[in-house]
Design a protein around this ligand. Structure first.
Ligand code: ADP
Ligand code: MG
Length: 214
């Protein structure tokens, strides 16, 4: 697979929705330890609404699809994560506007804009125990792959994201609800970093199962 098409984008979102549903109770359990126990239900509600939206209205290109995803997440997820993930997908939509296909660098660049948007809104730095702590390492791992091969690049990103989500366990939360716990936030995996790793797991799975974008 050398280009990322509208069909691939749709498959990515479908697979993300499936993984979020499958892992909803785990995400909620993680959020019960250091938050208010709603991250799994929030995300699952959002991605269920996204799937309905995508069924109902055919997007004309990748950017339009990302915009539908972003708008739907913004209006349905709530909490801290809703605006952050919503803004992430709207940033992807902005950067990919007018393109029918994306190459590996273009998709990575749109994710970089998504990360920047999350940091603009949420003001989290690396190490604050948030979504940023799996998203940033995933993109850095992706960046090291220069072979324009979606399968290997996204696998690399997904592995990095999963490891990085685990690496939030010893972190002290400095942003969001978990930060209210102070030192008691140490020793628990961050729910948002964990859901973000699922986005990369879904992307890698789609990029590894597709022969070509079409
Ligand atoms: P809420 O905390 O409002 O209940 P969720 O439970 O849905 O929202 O999401 C919690 C997750 O949101 C956290 O685990 C964390 O990863 C992420 N998060 C919270 N605040 C920020 C922030 N400022 N920047 C990035 N991610 C954040
Ligand atoms: Mg919560």
């Amino acid at each position: 697979m050398e280009v990322f098409s509208l069909k691939d984008a749709r498959s990515w979102i479908d697979e993300t929705a499936r993984l979020i549903a499958e892992n909803a109770s785990n995400l909620t359990e993680l959020d019960s330890a250091i938050g208010d126990g709603d991250h799994g239900t929030n995300m699952n509600r959002g991605f269920t609404a996204v799937e309905k939206k995508l069924e109902a209205t055919q997007a004309s290109d990748v950017s339009a699809l990302f915009k539908q995803v972003g708008m739907t997440l913004l209006s349905t997820v709530g909490g801290a994560a809703g605006p952050l993930y919503g803004g992430f997908f709207l940033a992807l939509a902005r950067v990919t506007a007018g393109k029918q296909m994306l190459n590996d660098r273009e998709l990575l660049q749109s994710f970089r804009e998504g990360l920047a948007d999350i940091q603009r809104r949420g003001k989290a730095q690396i190490g604050d125990k948030t979504i940023v702590d799996s998203l940033a390492p995933a993109l850095n791992a992706w960046e090291t792959r220069t072979d324009n091969n979606f399968a290997s690049a996204t696998t690399c990103a997904a592995t990095a994201a999963a490891e990085a989500a685990k690496a939030t366990i010893p972190m002290l939360a400095l942003k969001g609800r978990a930060s209210y716990l102070g030192e008691r936030s140490i020793g628990h995996q961050d729910p948002g970093a964990t859901s973000c790793a699922l986005l990369f797991q879904a992307l890698a799975s789609v990029c590894n199962s597709n022969g070509a974008g079409g």
